[in-house]
Write a protein that binds this ligand. Structure first.
Ligand code: G6P
Length: 608
């Protein structure tokens, strides 16, 4: 949420900052700005709108600077206006700050600073940081930032420049991620590696309550309490290609189409056919410890929460371990019961979601073993958990999560298999699942070829304002995810329901203007779902069914059928999701929506 990038080196900084901002834009995109150190002092330009609006604003102006910071915003305090856009400057225009996070005590600090004569020009919480640093500045920017931050309650990832300290950026983090990129004769700082990877793959993740002084040839890190920290340099394993569109019109479409590969990556080296189980060494748990697990809590937000719901079915089915699924935002404020043998898994694509991180810390505080299922290597959740499993989906840029979701389900399947085979799951069933997993990427590939057919369906329905998604059993969470995908990117109101619940309310909404997408695969509740379809048809509702290949019966009862190849029942979500993702995508394109940057959303939600 909010993207920060800063550069200090020998190159002209403005193009580097703009490129970084474009790569970070998925984190927030309601306004953007830069501040650079020119000979005459700090020059700052900012405006409401996307990075392209900032680029236009800067067009034609010439900048010589080789040091600067930039920001793309997702508004929390103050509307997305030119004035509220970052960077924010102090009264003397000597200090510029970009910030990701929320300063909770900003009102009292603002009052205090106003009483000392500071003049504020925005409605943001961030602006107080610039004035607070100004208040303490006496020649050493790190010290001024340190003192200012000691007054602050809340979360921050900040980058600061100062007229008096050219060729220096000071960065600090508490709760909002920041990473330093170590180059040769140049160094960078950013909210995540995507803004840095073009320049270097050597990175250092800042920890909470750390401050860094970054110059072109070196950087040093200390804690807010002045303890020096030895930087741990890590190598980013992915490349620039992975964060480019590669010929697709949108990142979302690229990521949907990457799933045959990402699914294989999620299971690579982890299948043990011989024993019908999986290997997940990253869990860091001994056989005995895995065997002693008697309750599992899966906690997450958004799409990751839907993956967790599927995980609940899988783990209970394969391993007979009771599973609870909790929204991280609820878990953190309840009094969750953690007993001996309870393990908490946090599921997060970004590994930075504020609520999920808070749930992690709460579970840890209560003595639970906390494990992560994350995509972003080195992310805060990955680092703070006792162990876990990376899903290896590669960078996901589209705000609406697609490939991370299927990779999360794959990893949860492997986890259920591992725990199941230590308990009652038979070798035969274990091997059946592995056989099905091995084929799944080809089946996804086949489904992706249905794209034109799904586009045709989308053409018929994209003007509708409401949709109902229904599913049962392990495909009920898919109804939720299908509805979420549609509302996120097309702004069509959509609700996901367990099919049998329709008669307890949503049926009142059914008419010719309320189409229903029904997941009706051949499983033990197939006949019941068919009855639900009849109930919709009897009320003139339109039905798009997702059905099992070869099911001719359903074709006569619904308006459209999208067939999925047959697989083990427990793996069907990996297939049923593909047409749902494509349907949402095409409807949003037809409605002229911003696919990769839907309004009001952000990819990595680092505020509560
Ligand atoms: C945001 C994104 C969603 C995502 C959710 C959880 O709301 O827009 O796509 O599912 O955060 O993110 P995480 O990174 O924790 O999986």
């Amino acid at each position: 949420m909010c993207g920060i990038v800063g550069y200090v080196g020998d190159k002209k900084v403005v193009p580097i900052l703009l490129d970084g901002l474009k790569r970070l834009e998925y984190r927030g995109y309601d306004s953007a700005g830069i501040a650079v150190l020119e000979e005459e002092g700090i020059l700052s330009e900012k405006c409401a709108g996307k990075v392209s609006a900032l680029e236009k604003l800067l067009g034609g102006k010439s900048f010589q600077s080789t040091t600067g910071i930039a920001h793309t915003r997702w508004a929390t305090h103050g509307e997305p206006t030119d004035l509220n856009a970052h960077p924010h400057l102090d009264c003397k225009k000597q200090i510029a700050v970009v910030h990701n996070g929320i300063i909770e005590n900003y009102r009292s600090l603002k009052e205090l600073l106003s009483s000392k004569g500071h003049i504020f020009t925005s409605d943001t919480d961030t602006e107080i940081l610039a004035h607070l640093i100004e208040e303490y500045y006496g020649g050493d920017l790190v010290e001024a930032v340190r003192t200012a931050l000691s007054q602050v309650e809340g979360t921050y990832g900040i980058a600061v420049i100062c007229k008096e300290n050219p060729e220096e950026i000071v960065a600090a983090r508490h709760g909002s991620p920041l990473v330093i990129g170590r180059g040769q004769g140049e160094n960078l700082v950013a909210s995540d590696c995507s803004a840095i990877i073009r320049h270097t793959n050597q990175v250092v993740y800042l920890e909470d309550r750390e401050i860094a002084r970054i110059t072109k040839n070196e950087f040093s890190i200390s804690t807010i309490n002045k303890v020096e920290v030895t930087p741990h340099v890590q190598e980013v394993s992915w490349s620039l290609d992975q964060i480019e569109k590669g010929g697709y019109s949108h990142f979302m479409l690229k990521e949907i189409n990457e799933q045959p590969i990402t699914l294989q990556n999620a299971m690579r080296g982890r299948l043990n056919y011989e024993e019908g189980t999986s290997r997940l060494n990253g869990l860091n748990l001994q056989y005995e410890e895995l065997h002693n697990i008697n309750r599992i809590i899966l906690s997450a937000c958004g799409t990751s929460w839907h993956a967790a719901l599927i995980g609940e079915y899988l783990i209970e089915d394969f391993a007979s371990i009771p599973v609870e699924v909790e929204y991280a935002s609820e878990f953190r404020y309840r009094s969750p019961i953690i007993q001996d043998g309870t393990v908490v898994f946090l599921i997060s694509q970004s590994g930075e979601t504020a609520d999920t991180l808070a749930a992690l810390r709460e579970a840890k505080r209560k003595g639970a073993t906390v494990l992560g299922i994350c995509n972003v290597v080195g992310s805060t959740i990955a680092r703070e958990t006792d162990g876990g499993v990376y899903i290896h989906a590669g960078p996901e840029i589209g705000v609406a999560s697609t490939k991370a979701f299927t990779s999360q389900i794959t990893v949860l399947t492997l986890l259920a298999l591992l725990l199941g085979r230590m308990r009652n799951l038979s070798l035969e069933k274990g091997r059946e699942i592995i056989d099905s997993l091995k084929k799944i990427h080809q089946q996804v590939e086949f489904l992706l070829q249905n794209d034109n057919y799904i586009k045709e369906i989308a053409k018929e329905y994209y003007k509708k304002n409401n949709f109902l998604y229904l599913g049962r059993g392990i495909n009920y969470p898919l109804a939720l995810e299908g509805a979420l995908k549609l509302k996120e990117i097309s702004y069509i109101h959509a609700e996901g329901y367990p099919a049998a619940e329709m008669k307890h309310g949503p049926i009142a909404l059914i008419d010719e203007n309320m189409p229903a997408v029904v997941i009706a695969i051949k499983d033990n509740v197939y006949d019941k779902v068919l009855s639900n379809i009849e109930e919709i048809k009897a009320r003139n509702g339109k039905v798009i069914a997702i059905a099992t290949e070869g099911d001719r019966e359903i074709a006569g009862r619904v308006d459209h059928v999208i067939y999925i190849p047959s697989t083990s029942e427990q793996l069907t979500p990996l297939l049923t999701i593909i047409p749902l993702q494509l349907l949402a995508y095409h409807m949003a394109v037809l409605r002229g929506c911003h696919i990769d940057q839907p309004r009001n959303l952000a990819k990595s939600v680092t505020v509560e």
